[in-house]
Design a protein around this ligand. Structure first.
Ligand code: AP5
Ligand code: MG
Length: 216
């Protein structure tokens, strides 16, 4: 039986960090809509150019563009056993589209870990984040520093700061999250899929809580 896990939570709460870890443990692919957009931006594809005009301002990329991109990704063979979705769905329209995509595979979302933290914590985390150029591995200058400053521990590539991690853009992303994504909390709670996780704990404690939510 495939398992589709949706990581829900505000920008900077630790979805990407946790998805990397639990992808290793569960052997499920980590699908981050933000990473897919950033890869397209790096390669300067038409999709990347379109996405950049929204992302750099901290706004959501339109639903139709996002849904088509994730649908294509979920149809690949490595998602047959399930996937860890990070940053998708982010609107009620995307949640409906995901349900439709998965029902085509005779499947559904199994569990929605909802990681929470207050805005001051989110701004602190995003403003100290360093991201690896090659594969998007995630560091924090204080909370999860690389062994060698400016270099990824895993692939040695250069680390950079995301354009949308400026304090004012993060604040805007949090407001957009509250307006457009927060309604999904009630949507998945009503389906008895939501498991709340305190995202202010250490990275290891959050992982423990996530794994226990997934294994239930
Ligand atoms: P996306 O890339 O998805 O960004 P996000 O959801 O805003 O989330 P972040 O990646 O900023 O945070 P995270 O929760 O992954 O935290 P992380 O693990 O890095 O989206 C970017 C943009 O793309 C959007 O604004 C939009 O334009 C577009 N987009 C993407 N998906 C879309 C969609 N579905 N629809 C429309 N548009 C879409 O951690 C943050 C920092 O904290 C790191 O430095 C990390 O080391 C540190 N940290 C993590 N956990 C802890 C901990 N427990 N303690 C201390 N530090 C921690
Ligand atoms: Mg992320």
């Amino acid at each position: 039986m495939p398992s589709y896990i949706v990581l829900l939570g505000p920008p900077g709460v630790g979805k990407g960090t946790q998805a990397e870890i639990i992808a290793d443990t569960t052997h499920l692919p980590h699908i981050s809509s933000g990473d897919l957009f950033r890869e397209n931006m790096k390669e300067n594809t038409e999709l990347g150019k379109k996405a950049r005009s929204y992302m750099d301002k901290g706004e959501l990329v339109p639903d139709n563009i996002t849904i088509d991109m994730v649908k294509e990704r979920l149809q690949r063979a490595d998602c047959k056993a399930g996937a860890i979705l990070d940053g998708f769905p982010r609107t009620p329209v995307q949640a409906g589209a995901l349900q439709k995509m998965l029902s085509a595979f005779h499947s559904d979302v199994d569990v929605v870990p909802y990681i929470t933290a207050a805005p001051d914590v989110l701004i602190d985390r995003a403003s100290g984040r360093w991201t690896c150029k090659a594969q998007g591995h995630i560091y924090h200058q204080k909370f999860n520093p690389p062994k060698v400053a400016g270099k990824c521990d895993i692939d040695g590539s250069e680390l950079y700061q995301r354009e949308d991690d400026k304090a004012e853009t993060v604040a805007k992303r949090i407001n957009i999250y509250l307006a457009q994504t927060a309604p999904l909390v009630d949507y998945y709670r009503a389906q008895h899929k939501l498991v709340e996780i305190d995202g202010t704990q250490s990275i290891g404690k959050v992982t423990d809580a996530l794994l226990s939510a997934i294994r239930k």
